[in-house]
Design a protein around this ligand. Structure first.
Ligand code: AQP
Length: 343
């Protein structure tokens, strides 16, 4: 009997592959806009791009099932509202493609307990919660599976995900060395400005969907008055000079926010506002963020009002995604010594 060979991921086309994931938890922030959404839109032009709503990651901390369902559609609407083109990019929900969970289990065989224990995000989140789930601990392995399944070259992310991406690269190298070349080695793409937008009330901590207080985070869907109120009351340092400096995290953060909102380099912003004082600068930052988010909010409202269409687009995305991930998953099974599963 002749055995048919499984397609190898090495036979996949040579186009640049782009992948990034974002969690359907809470309302997304201007930090997510900076490190996530706007980078997705920019990179979708550079190759075959996959953007994944990582709902399996959202259950690693306490959550509400009804909210998860709503947040998944909210996030789909936001991905399209910020500029992802469903004809160009594959946008899908992680749990709709079971390859992710399977690949994570396989990669778990080569991920070390010690290296997972060193993950900063795990240390911070486990310290903040009374109940620490196994899922929170193995989260980075699932993230590695998400990325590696698509033979990803480029991962647009914020600075907070740097350590997880390094782990992904380590796991890929280890797998390739032990079982034979299977994965491409992905590179992170971090924005030049705004790679880590900080909390407005405590500018030494990142602006976070889940842990920042209401006044510390700008939500992408915030009405203009709320955006203005939050920015005008942002914690700044003493002085009046608009310039980034390590001992001035508050004003540095506002310069970065202004840079993201306007697309201008931070140096040009510092040159324009110089020593004109913080109050004048804050008012200009608020105007810029409001102007940047207004068209996104308008598109978001229109898209979110048609859940049927969002579900249709996500179903199409999942089908397409599985076509790309399947050859990698089968190669993993084959190289790890599993017998072939029936087609
Ligand atoms: N403050 C930030 N500045 C720049 N980029 C950021 N990102 C997140 N916060 C910032 C980037 O947004 C993408 C999606 O993030 P996510 O959905 O995985 O994380 P989150 O829901 O935004 O998470 P939280 O609640 O802020 O905190 P954690 O991480 O503790 O769950 C990613 O590319 C991320 O880098």
């Amino acid at each position: 009997m002749r055995l048919r060979r499984r397609p190898s991921p090495a036979d996949n086309s040579l186009t640049v592959r782009i992948f990034s994931g974002i969690q359907p938890t809470g309302q997304k922030t201007f930090g997510n806009y900076s490190g996530g959404f706007r980078q997705y839109v920019a990179t979708q032009e550079e190759g075959e791009a996959f953007f994944c709503i990582v709902d399996l990651h959202s259950i690693t901390v306490e959550y509400d099932p009804a909210e998860l369902r709503e947040s998944t559609l909210d996030l789909a609407a936001m991905l399209f509202a910020t500029g992802l083109d469903p004809h160009r990019s594959t946008v899908f929900v992680q749990s709709h493609n079971p390859d992710h969970a399977e690949a994570a289990w396989l990669l778990g065989a080569i991920a070390g307990y010690g290296e997972l224990r060193r993950m900063t995000q795990f240390k911070e989140k486990s310290a903040a919660h009374e109940f620490v789930s196994c899922g929170l601990f193995t989260y980075p392995v699932l993230m590695a599976a998400d990325i590696l399944l698509y033979q990803t070259d480029l991962v647009p992310i914020g600075d907070d995900q740097r350590q997880h991406l390094e782990l992904t690269r380590d796991l890929a190298r280890r797998f390739n060395a032990r079982f034979g070349p299977t994965f491409r080695l992905p590179e992170g793409r971090y924005p030049a400005a705004g790679a880590r937008i900080m909390d407005l009330t405590e500018p030494t901590r990142k602006m976070s969907t889940s842990t920042s207080p209401e006044m510390g985070k700008i939500l992408i869907v915030d009405p203009p008055e709320a955006i203005r109120r939050k920015i005008m009351s942002a914690v700044t340092d003493t002085g009046r000079e608009v310039r980034r400096a390590p001992d001035k995290p508050g004003i540095s953060n506002l310069v970065e926010i202004m840079s993201v909102a306007t697309g201008r380099p931070p140096e040009a912003i510092e040159a324009e506002y110089g020593d004109g004082g913080y109050a004048r600068f804050k008012a200009a930052v608020a105007d810029a963020v409001i102007a940047c988010l207004a068209p996104v909010q308008e598109r978001y409202r229109a898209l979110r009002s048609d859940p049927g269409e969002l579900e249709r687009l996500l179903a199409e995305g999942a089908q397409k995604a599985a076509g790309f991930s399947r050859p990698t998953l089968f190669a993993m099974y084959e190289r790890m010594g599993f017998t072939r599963r029936p087609d």
